[in-house]
Write a protein that binds this ligand. Sequence first.
Ligand code: ATP
Ligand code: MG
Length: 449
Amino acid sequence: MRLSRFFLPILRDDPKEAEIVSHRLMLRAGMIRQSSAGIYTWLPLGYRVLSKIEQIVREEQDRAGALELLMPTIQSADLWRESGRYDDYGKEMLRIQDRHERDMLYGPTNEELITAIFRDGVKSYKDLPRILYHIQWKFRDEIRPRFGVMRGREFLMKDSYSFDLTQDDARKSYNRMFVSYLRTFARMGLKSIPMAAETGPIGGDLSHEFIILAETGESEVYCHKDYLAMEPPGDDLDYEGDLAPLVRDWTGRYAATSEMHDAARFEADVAEADRVTARGIEVGHIFFFGTKYSEAMGAKVQGPEGDLITVEMGSYGIGVSRLVGAIIEASHDEAGIIWPQSVAPFDIGLINLKAGDADTDLACEDFYTRLQNAGFDVLYDDRDDRAGAKFAAMDLIGLPWQLIVGPKSLKAGEVELKERATGTRHSLTFDSALTMLSDAIAGRTKEGA
Ligand code: ATP
Ligand code: MG
């Protein structure tokens, strides 16, 4: 992509409305624009990141055996009357009437709709287990939308729903989602910590929030320091095997956010030298709720003995659009965003230091083509602008690599390759730069995949 033809409305000054760094940087880097409170347009740069995150989430859901479908944003109120939540949900639900004065709503979540889909489509225990998911916009009329996309009113969520015959089976589905979440966040360069959460009336230990650590996180986090060193499951993870030991390993130590924190237990369970207090952001929440919706809505299957059995359900959410902000909170410096390779809007920024100079233009065009032929996504800054402004813009938008090309270094047969995360610069031939990029980018993709 040529920057001269891209749409990148960068802001020079800090927008006043931004209270936290991710919101400020997303506005400044031309990723989003607010259209009304808590509702945003995703501009091309932001949309590329959102799509990459969405794709990682999708790949890991598919790998865990979940099946993608797409439910609508607008739902009929009738289903919510069946579950009893139409009246309970309160003001967070955006209620709409159509021209026939039928009550509709913009879905804040999809338990009712998916339960109805399941009820109509699955009749036998032989069709279980099933995990269905979609990645769809939600609307919650949050009392205080804030922090940009971190707490929006309209936001993109991945929500999965599991259906099982027994509670034992439901636990297996839960474990599948649990380990897939560890992988999902790790692929985005994030350290996630699962924390036991409130389970409501059902009780048990089957609800976890996934928190990623970031200095500016909304919640206070208390955990055992082992969590900082734990490695998420790799490519050899066998979803058909017994996942319970792995899950136990990840839930066996003290970890809590401020709402659930039990200072006495923390002090009893964790030696002082092992205690970590940090801040975090909730990026996912998984939940087993048994027959809450299936009972109310009559989602039953025929069991092995011919009797009708009410199915056991769980739901599993990931805040896809929140993750864009959360990743920035976890990865930035004074100059701007530092994208992990896997979610970066482009792999490489190619900077022409003297646009208009025939030799430099020619060399840049050649490099641009060759980088693209090598399979990289390149943003080529071909604009006629000051070098300083170009550097600042590239640092702000945070692409992992910058290839800097100017007449002086070209004379010496060299270019400059800068790694955004470390600031390290190498002067080298273009061919060596290409090798270095191939090693770094392919290497990291493999590690994450
Ligand atoms: P919170 O406590 O932050 O309000 P929640 O418990 O309401 O979250 P869930 O209903 O479990 O959230 O939704 C699943 C995920 O969707 C959350 O883990 C979070 O990442 C994301 N999410 C929830 N509300 C919002 C919002 N208003 N804006 C952006 N993402 C959100
Ligand atoms: Mg909420």
